[in-house]
Every structure is written in structure tokens, then in C-alpha cells.
Design a protein around this ligand. Structure first.
Ligand code: PMP
Length: 353
């Protein structure tokens, strides 16, 4: 065939691969760190009561009134909050806005596998920093010339949180670059750095409604930073898609934030099941990292992660297995309801004895 030269200009990237999505409702899905519980009943009310006539108009381009609701909740000015279409969208805006140096950005070797994908598609140079043997971050490794830093706290898929005093050390050694902390799982036990935003005008925190607020299907995320940095994220947003968050999602998000009791009760349930599951896994011969998230990172002393993954999958229980260096004998298991957890423990007992 002639004139097929267009193929050399097609994009050449390896996209992010999400956890498998089951074809039927009987599957126990513990592979995407979704919340075990539904969102607040106030969210249901907001959606049911939403006036479809309002969809005639574009939503507020800055995500109001959700932005102000979040600002008030976290004690910030509305101009310090950026609202987006899930934290993936928010992170993508942050990568575009802040990582424009010729120097490599730094992030851990074992971390959220979307970071290398954004670096590839945006042509951002990067360098991975190995976690310590116990999968914790050594902040001293980040005291080197760089074009920016990003890491999740707690980290994923390790579930391990970094202490705030360590983060302060990292920030003090990196005043000339933007440091993005991906706080996707922070509500489940880590210490947020929101109070550091006053002191560090180069710090950006990203958050999501997908995990602690049970709204993965709504696609809502946000960032908190200095007004200056947020203005750059808005400039990026307005250069791609001025209205990423739809009007129904804005209404649902406001209702979720306003029901603080439900939020805290749900967190407490997930945390209590997490601790029970961790103990049960340890009793069965697993080594389990100390989790500050809504998932566990575990390795068995006899069965390989791949074997356990396949066994559970055959039983209709989906967990996450990453065939990647350093973590290919570990499973990442989302904390489900108590009933789901009991079913998984029983299934594991069948295999392990
Ligand atoms: N960061 C981390 C560390 C995650 O695990 C996830 C979930 N896949 C995200 C960001 C993105 O979540 P969402 O886009 O649903 O907010």
C-alpha cells in the first residue's frame, strides 16, 4: 500500500492499565481500592433531586459551589482549591503545570503506575528513587537536583504512610521545585499536609472523592495549594477543557462533604475491617505492610502471589497483582465489607489451610 506514512506520527505510549472490571455482579471486587460502602445518603438525595433543566447550561467553570465547600472544610481560601474530573485529571493538570524543567522529576520506583505514563505522554524526564528494602521512602534520597517531586502519601501499592516530620525534611531540601503529594488515601490513616500549605508555597496536595467518599463512579478530585500554583493549574485546565466537572457531580460532591458524620463513620468501619483482615492474613502466613490506606499489601511465605491471585479469581474474588520488579510476589487487596472480607478469608483458608 502507498501513502501509509501517517503511522510514524501516531502516538507511541504504554497506557495505564486499571484493575479488571467484572462482567457480572457476583464478583467480590477488591482490586481497585474502591470504598466498600456506598456514598452518603445525602448524595443520593442530591442526585434524585437534581433538576435536569439545569443541564441546559454549562456547569460553573471552577467547580463552584464545590470549590468553596472544600475550601471551608479544609480552612483554605477558595482560590487555593482546584476541582477536577477525578484526581487522575487533577494530577494530569499538575504534571502539565509544574513539571516543565529539563531536570528529571523524582518519584519512588514502586508507586502509582500512572506517573510514568504522564511523563511519557508529556515528555517529562524522570528518575525513579528506589524505596528502602521495607518499601518505605527515605527522604534523604530526594535531596538531589531535580525538576519536581511527586509521591503518594500513603504510597500505593505499598499502603505505607510517610511521617509528616519526614515530609518537612523533604520540603526543606526542595524549596526550588514543586512538590506534589498525592493524598488519594490520606483519610484512611495518614497525616495530611494541609497545614503545611501556609509555609510551603511550592507544595501541592491532590485528593479524590473516589476512595474515602465512595464516589469513584462520579469522577471527582481536587488539589490544594497556594493561590499562585492553583492559578497555573486553572490555566492548564482552561487550555484543555474549561468545564471538567459536570453539574450533577458538583451537587453530589457538596452533599458528600457536608455529611461529615457519615464520612467519619465510614472511615472507621473500613479501618476496623482493615485491621481485622491484616491480623487474619498474618495468622495465615502473610507478611502485611503497616497500612494507612483502604488496602493491604501482602506477601505469603509459601504460595506465590500469582498462585493466590489465580485461586481467588477462580472463586470470583478479584484482588490486584502487579507483575513488576520488586512487587511480583505481593498482592494488593482492597478492604471490602465485613461479609466480603469473611468470604475472602474462607477462600484463602481453603488454599492455604
Ligand atoms: N493516585 C493514586 C495513588 C491512586 O491509587 C489512584 C486510584 N487509581 C488515583 C490517584 C486516581 O484516582 P481517581 O482518579 O479515581 O481520583
Amino acid at each position: 500500500m502507498e501513502n501509509q506514512g501517517f503511522r510514524k506520527n501516531l502516538i507511541n505510549i504504554e497506557p495505564y492499565v486499571a484493575g479488571e472490571q467484572p462482567k457480572n455482579d457476583n464478583i467480590i471486587k477488591l482490586n481497585a481500592n474502591e470504598n466498600a460502602y456506598p456514598p452518603s445518603p445525602e448524595v443520593q438525595k442530591a442526585i434524585s433531586g437534581f433538576d435536569a433543566a439545569k443541564l441546559r447550561l454549562y456547569p460553573d467553570f471552577s467547580g463552584e459551589p464545590l470549590k468553596s465547600t472544600l475550601a471551608e472544610y479544609y480552612g483554605l481560601k477558595p482560590a487555593q482549591v482546584f476541582v477536577g474530573n477525578g484526581s487522575d485529571d487533577v494530577l494530569a493538570a499538575a504534571f502539565r503545570a509544574f513539571f516543565n524543567s529539563d531536570m528529571p522529576i523524582l518519584y519512588p520506583d514502586v508507586t502509582y503506575s500512572f506517573y510514568p505514563v504522564w511523563c511519557d505522554i508529556l515528555r517529562i524526564p524522570y528518575k525513579t528513587i528506589p524505596l528502602k528494602e521495607d518499601f518505605t521512602i527515605d527522604v534523604n534520597d530526594y535531596a538531589q537536583p531535580n525538576g519536581g517531586i511527586i509521591f503518594p502519601n500513603p504510597n500505593a501499592p505499598t499502603s505505607i504512610a510517610l511521617e509528616k516530620s519526614e515530609i518537612v525534611k523533604l520540603l526543606d531540601a526542595n524549596r526550588d521545585v514543586v512538590v506534589v503529594i498525592d493524598e488519594t488515601y490520606i483519610d484512611f490513616g495518614g497525616e495530611s499536609c494541609v497545614d503545611l500549605l501556609d509555609k510551603y508555597d511550592n507544595l501541592v496536595l491532590t485528593r479524590t472523592f473516589s476512595k474515602s467518599r465512595s464516589l469513584a463512579g462520579m469522577r471527582l478530585g481536587f488539589a490544594m495549594a497556594s493561590e499562585e500554583l492553583i492559578s497555573y493549574m486553572n490555566a492548564v485546565k482552561d487550555s484543555y477543557n474549561s468545564y471538567p466537572v459536570d453539574a450533577v457531580a458538583i451537587a453530589a460532591g457538596v452533599s458528600a462533604v457536608n455529611d461529615d458524620k457519615y464520612f467519619k463513620d465510614t472511615l472507621a468501619k473500613v479501618i476496623s475491617t482493615r485491621e481485622r483482615l491484616a491480623k487474619a492474613l498474618e495468622d495465615m502466613g502473610f507478611t502485611v505492610a503497616k497500612s494507612a490506606a483502604n488496602f493491604l499489601f501482602a506477601e505469603h511465605n509459601k504460595f506465590t502471589a500469582q498462585e493466590i491471585f489465580n485461586f481467588l479469581r477462580d472463586k470470583g474474588i478479584f484482588v490486584r497483582y502487579f507483575n513488576k520488579p520488586r512487587i511480583d510476589n505481593r498482592l494488593r487487596i482492597t478492604v471490602g465489607t465485613d461479609e466480603q472480607t469473611d468470604k475472602m478469608i474462607s477462600a484463602l483458608k481453603e488454599l492455604i489451610g
